[in-house]
Design a protein around this ligand. Structure first.
Ligand code: NAD
Length: 479
């Protein structure tokens, strides 16, 4: 099957007829091809977006809202089909795609369809100067949205929905590793009646298609989610062109467990926050710090629970851990397991590839827990982004806070404790954009989402996203 670009409401082959193989990670076979779109394809997507902008930017909020909610309903109506496609493309368990990825993609459109009807700007009376100021929030024009492979449709729509809700037209690129549901989204947008050119989807490699988007002089804002190195590169290209930038990047999130927590709830959630989606969620708690007094108990219970996780084919309902997204990613994660051993880490469980019967060429890896002797090792400092967590004890609040913050990243942190003062003190001091206390991945789409330090610049979510996708213009009237 050949996927096509979605430009001006139509499905098109790449102009230069250049294609890339798309792999099924569960068995290592090539099951489709996608365009490796060139500058010319991006230009054609840009022109369609530019032509659609004058009408779309003046379309009433009520009508934009209706269309976004219609798209949301069609995603829900196609839940099974989209979940099967997501699971096959990414290797994630089908249950996860059905309960998290696809429902959340529908929520993204519904949420921003509603949010845009509530988005308001400010006015300021300049007392004593007989003047009034009001601020317009105007759409930027044509914007670029670039997303990664780990939560494909979920993160793709998290950008597209606010961008179009705010009145922009979009040139979007999904990850070349997981293009399938983005392709299907084009069909859904047509069925919903989204006007041609409002959303354009170009497929291809980051270095060709992505690069053409970020270099395009008239694409005035880039919303990017992906790795920190790519984010740095994009910032370097976009800054001299004065583009607005939102960068959601990598993480190395601490999961801090105190002895006074609700132990069983913490244990259940820690298994999930370590290995959900094969550990390939930017919010996974990959560094587990446990208060010394419960360290041995936790270690034993956690390892028992992790050993019971079933690695298997993503389409099997009983599978807890599916396939990693690609062969190269599997190799990268395995390299880190070797590095851990060289750095005197102890593999408490996992560490090996898994051969799943009938799918011998798939990219499967055991969930892996590594006890580390020090926080200063590479496996505790660098993002692995796979089913690998590290474990170490701590003695005091001050010690664990120091270790939690001593990484270049600052995306999220999880804290397990019932002590109110400690909760407030630590939440204040943790260097992260998101702190979860006694929970993990509880998402309210109105809240600001993003990271500090090397985890990114800017915030998504709620009105923050609508502010990013608009320019504020102040009008001052003297009377
Ligand atoms: P990546 O940076 O390799 O790719 C992300 C996207 O950028 C892809 O679509 C890719 O094609 C594109 N790209 C690559 N080079 C480009 C270039 N020169 N110009 C324009 N676009 C380019 O990341 P990935 O491997 O797909 O995703 C994994 C990373 O994403 C991890 O580091 C993870 O932590 C991060 N992530 C962050 C968040 C967050 O919200 N902070 C969420 C999910 C994933």
């Amino acid at each position: 099957m050949n996927l096509k670009n979605y430009i001006n409401g139509a499905f098109k082959n790449p102009i230069n007829n250049n294609w890339i193989d798309n792999y099924d990670p569960s068995d290592g076979t090539v099951y489709s091809q996608i365009p490796n779109s060139s500058k010319e394809d991006v230009e054609s997507a840009y022109k369609a977006a530019k032509a659609a902008f004058p009408t779309w930017s003046k379309t009433t909020l009520e009508e934009r809202s209706r269309l976004l909610i219609k798209i949301s309903e069609l995603i829900e109506a196609n839940l099974d089909r989209l979940a099967v496609a997501e699971s096959k493309d990414n290797g994630k368990p089908i249950g996860l795609a059905k309960t998290v990825d696809i429902p959340r993609s529908a929520s993204n459109f519904r949420f921003f369809g509603n949010a845009i009807t509530q988005f308001a700007s400010e006015s300021h009376e300049s007392v004593g100067m007989q003047a009034i100021n009001y601020t317009l929030r105007q759409p930027i024009g044509v914007v670029g949205c670039i997303s990664p492979w780990n939560l494909p449709l979920y993160l793709f729509t998290w950008k597209i929905a606010p961008a179009i809700a705010a009145g922009n037209c979009v040139v979007a690129k999904p990850s070349e590793v997981t293009p399938m549901t983005a392709y299907l989204l084009g069909e859904i947008c047509n069925e919903a009646g989204l006007p041609k050119g409002v959303l354009n989807i170009v497929h291809g490699l980051g270095t060709t298609t992505g690069q053409a988007i970020i270099e395009h002089e008239d694409i005035k804002a880039i919303s990017f989610t992906g790795g920190t190195a790519t984010g740095a590169h994009i910032a370097g290209v976009a800054a001299p062109l004065f583009k607005k930038l939102s960068l959601e990047l990598g993480g190395k999130n601490p999961n801090i467990i105190f002895a006074d927590c609700d132990y069983e709830t913490m244990l259940d959630n820690t298994v999930r926050s370590s290995f959900a989606n094969q550990g390939q969620i930017c919010l996974c708690g990959s560094r587990i710090f446990v208060e010394a007094s419960i360290y041995e108990r936790f270690k034993k219970d956690f390892v028992t629970r992790v050993k019971a996780l079933k690695v298997g084919h993503p389409s099997e309902p009983a599978t807890n851990i599916g396939a990693l997204v690609s062969k190269s990613h599997l190799e990268k994660v395995k390299d880190y397991i070797n590095i851990a051993q060289e750095e005197n880490g102890t593999i408490l469980c996992g560490g090996n590839s898994v051969t799943v019967k009938g799918y011998e060429h798939g990219y499967y890896l055991e969930p892996t827990v590594i006890e580390v002797p020090t926080d200063d090792c590479r496996v505790n400092q660098e993002e692995i982004f796979g089913p690998v967590v590290t474990l170490m004890p701590f003695k005091t609040e001050t010690d664990v806070l120091h270790m939690a913050n001593k990484v270049k990243y600052g995306l999220s942190a999880t804290l397990w404790t019932n002590d109110l003062k400690r909760t407030m003190k630590m939440s204040h001091a943790l260097q992260a954009g998101i702190v979860w206390v006694n929970t993990w991945m509880l998402r309210d789409l109105r809240t600001p989402f993003g990271g500090v330090k090397a985890s990114g610049v800017g915030r998504e979510g709620g009105f923050e996203a609508l502010r990013f996708f608009t320019e504020a213009k102040n009008v001052c009237i003297k009377y």
